[in-house]
Design a protein around this ligand. Structure first.
Ligand SMILES: C=C(OP(=O)(O)O)C(=O)O
Ligand SMILES: [Mg+2]
Length: 561
C-alpha cells in the first residue's frame, strides 16, 4: 500500500478511482516538417480525421450537457470543422509542414483574426486555441487537454487547477481533488471548497498514480492511500453518514451566548449567489467580479457589467452584498488589464494597482456598479483589492464618491494595510481581511506553490497577529469600522472561532461551509472564542496553533470536520 501526505484543504473522506488531468499540449517545434514517407495528401486526410474525431467527441459531450456548458461545447465542436482553419492548415502541409505544426500555426492566425474582429468574435479566439490543442493531442495519440470527460465518477488528480477549469468541472462526476502542486489558498483549494469536494493539495508524488487506481482520500487530514484498507472503507462510509446529518445553516451566525457574527458567502457570479441564498447566507461578503470575466480578453462594456452585477444583487434583496472591484493579476490574469510578461506577478500590477497602468477601467466599473445598485434592493458595499496605503484607500473612496457609491471599503491583504489599519480605515467605511493573500505576503510564500504549503496557512501566528492589529486599528480613534474576513480562513470552522475571538465582525466563505461554521460557532461563547484566540496567538507554530485550538473543540471530531 502506498500513502501520500499532502495538505488537507476541504474535508471529506471518500474512495474512488483516479483520473489524471492530462498535461497541457506542448507546441510542436517551429519548422517541424512532414515525416519521411508521408505524403502531404495523406497528412491532410489524417488531419481531417483528427479534426472530425475532436468534433464528434465535443458534440457528444454537448448532447449530454445543458445550459451554458452545452452552448460552449457546441460552439467549440463547430470550430473543429471550421473550413478556414482546416484550409490554411492544409496549405501549410502542402508546403511541407507537419500536420501538428500546420494546425498549430493555422490556429494561431485564425485566433488572432477573430481577436482583431472584437466583440462576440473575439470571445471565440480562445475556443480556436483549445480546438487546435485537442487536434494536436489526437494526432499524437495522447489524451485531450482539460478535465477528462467521463460518465463514471472519479477522483481528479492534477498538478494544479486554473480558475478557468472550474467551468468544465462537473461536481456530479468529480468525487474529490488531489494535486501535487497548489497551496492551501490556491484556486484548486477554493474551487474544491466551493463545490464541497474533499481535497488535498501539495501531495508530492501523486502524479505517478496510474489512471483507474482505487484510492482513499481524507480531505481533512490531507491523506491519500492507494489500495484502501477495510478501515479506510469504514471511515469513508462513516463520513457519508455524518455529512448527511450536518444540519443546514439556519441563517443566523451567532456564538452560544448570542454574540452575532453574520455568516456571508463568497460568490463569483449570479449562479453562486442564488445557490448561496438558498443555503441561508446572510448576504455576500465577497463578490469576486473578475470571475465574471475570466475568459474575456477585452474589457466588458458598462452595460454588460451592470447586468452581471445586478444579477448577483437581485439574489439578496434587503441584504448586504460586498462587491470587490476587479482583482486581475497574479493567479487571476485578465488579458485586458494585466501584463503576462511581468517577472513577479504576485508583487506586480494586480488588483487596485491596475488603475496605475490602465486608468479608466476602474471608473467604468464603478459606474456599472452604481447603475446596478440603483436598480436593486441589495445593500451594496464596494471594496478595492490589494490596497497598501491610506492614500490609496482615500483615492478609492473619492472615486466611489464620484460614482455615487456610499459605502467604500478596502481589502486588507497586504501586510502594510494591516499594520496601518487605523489610518487606512479613516479613509473608508469598512475593511475585509483577505487572509489568502495576507498569508502569502506575510510569509513571503507564493500561495500557488505546493512545496511552501506549510508556510502558507492562515493558522500562522504571524497572520493571526496581523488580523488582530487590523481589528485594533479599526477601534482606534473611535473609528470602529466593521472588519470582516473573506479569505479561506473563514471557512475553517476552528479558525472561524479564533477569528471571532479576535473581534472580526463578519465571516464570509464558500456557501458550502456555512453549515459547518455556523454549527461550530454556536458551541462556544464569545469569551471562550477570545480564550481560543489568545491560545492560537501564543503558539510557536501554525501546526501547534491549529492542534491546540482543535483539541478544545471536540465538536469538530464528532462531526468529522
Ligand atoms: C479573499 C481573498 O481574495 P482572493 O483569494 O480572490 O485573492 C484573499 O486574498 O484572501
Ligand atoms: Mg486576495
Amino acid at each position: 500500500m502506498q500513502n501520500f501526505q499532502g495538505v488537507g484543504v476541504s474535508p471529506g473522506r471518500i474512495i474512488g478511482s483516479v483520473r489524471q488531468m492530462p498535461k497541457p499540449v506542448s507546441e510542436p517545434p517551429s519548422g517541424e516538417r512532414l515525416a519521411e514517407g508521408i505524403s502531404p495528401e495523406d497528412a491532410v486526410v489524417g488531419l481531417k480525421a483528427a479534426a472530425q474525431s475532436v468534433h464528434d467527441e465535443l458534440k457528444g459531450r454537448a448532447d449530454t450537457a445543458s445550459g451554458d456548458g452545452k452552448a460552449v461545447l457546441e460552439a467549440t465542436a463547430l470550430m473543429a470543422k471550421d473550413t478556414m482553419l482546416l484550409k490554411s492548415a492544409a496549405k501549410l502541409i502542402n508546403a511541407g509542414s507537419s500536420a501538428e505544426r500546420a494546425i498549430w500555426e493555422a490556429g494561431a492566425s485564425v485566433s488572432e483574426m477573430l481577436h482583431n474582429l472584437g466583440g462576440y468574435m473575439a470571445e471565440r479566439a480562445t475556443d480556436v486555441l483549445d480546438v487546435r490543442a485537442r487536434i494536436v493531442a489526437e494526432l499524437r495519440g495522447v489524451p485531450a487537454p482539460g478535465i477528462p470527460s467521463s460518465d463514471t465518477p472519479f477522483i481528479l488528480v492534477a498538478e494544479d487547477l486554473a480558475p478557468a477549469d472550474t467551468a468544465t468541472l462537473n461536481p456530479a462526476v468529480v468525487l474529490a481533488l488531489v494535486t501535487s502542486g497548489g497551496g492551501p489558498q490556491s484556486h484548486t483549494a477554493i474551487i474544491a471548497r466551493s463545490l464541497g469536494l474533499p481535497a488535498v493539495v501539495a501531495a508530492h508524488g501523486v502524479d505517478d498514480i496510474a489512471d483507474g487506481t482505487e484510492v482513499y482520500v481524507d480531505g481533512a487530514a490531507g491523506f491519500v492511500a492507494v489500495s484502501p484498507s477495510e478501515e479506510h472503507r469504514a471511515s469513508a462510509t462513516a463520513w457519508a453518514e455524518t455529512s448527511a446529518t450536518l444540519a443546514e445553516f439556519d441563517g443566523n451566525g451567532t456564538t452560544a451566548d448570542g454574540h452575532l457574527v453574520p455568516l456571508l458567502a463568497n460568490v463569483g457570479g449570479a449562479k453562486d449567489a442564488v445557490a448561496a441564498a438558498g443555503l441561508g447566507a446572510q448576504g455576500v461578503g465577497l463578490f469576486r467580479t473578475e470571475f465574471c470575466f475570466l475568459e474575456r480578453d477585452t474589457e466588458p462594456s458598462v452595460d454588460e457589467q451592470a447586468a452581471a452585477y445586478k444579477a448577483v444583487f437581485d439574489a439578496f434583496p434587503g441584504k448586504k452584498v460586498v462587491l470587490r472591484t476587479l482583482d486581475a493579476g497574479a493567479d487571476k490574469p485578465l488579458p485586458f488589464l494585466t501584463d503576462a510578461t511581468e517577472p513577479n506577478p504576485a508583487l506586480g500590477v494586480r488588483g487596485y494597482r491596475t488603475d496605475f497602468t490602465t486608468p479608466g477601467v476602474l471608473e467604468r466599473q464603478l459606474e456599472a456598479i452604481a447603475r446596478a445598485a440603483s436598480g436593486s434592493e441589495a445593500d451594496v458595499w464596494v471594496m478595492a483589492p490589494m490596497i497598501s496605503t491610506a492614500a490609496e484607500a482615500g483615492r478609492f473612496a473619492s472615486l466611489c464618491a464620484a460614482a455615487g457609491i456610499q459605502t467604500p471599503g478596502v481589502m486588507v491583504e497586504v501586510p502594510s494595510a494591516a499594520l496601518t489599519a487605523a489610518t487606512v480605515l479613516r479613509e473608508v467605511g469598512f475593511a475585509s481581511l483577505g487572509t489568502n493573500d495576507l498569508t502569502q505576503y506575510a510569509m513571503a510564500a507564493d500561495r500557488q506553490l505546493g512545496p511552501l504549503a506549510e508556510l502558507n496557512t492562515p493558522w500562522q501566528p504571524a497572520v493571526l497577529r496581523l488580523v488582530q492589529l487590523t481589528v485594533e486599528g479599526s477601534a482606534m480613534e473611535g473609528n470602529n469600522k466593521p472588519v470582516g474576513v473573506c479569505g479561506e480562513a473563514a471557512a475553517d470552522p476552528a479558525l472561524a472561532v479564533v477569528l471571532t475571538g479576535l473581534g472580526v465582525t463578519t465571516l464570509s466563505m464558500t456557501a458550502r461551509s456555512l453549515a459547518a461554521v455556523g454549527t461550530v460557532l454556536k458551541t462556544v461563547t464569545l469569551e471562550q472564542a477570545q480564550e481560543l484566540a489568545r491560545l492560537a496567538l501564543s503558539a510557536p507554530s501554525a501546526t501547534e496553533a491549529r492542534d491546540w485550538v482543535r483539541a478544545k473543540l471536540p465538536v469538530l471530531e464528532e462531526l468529522g470536520l
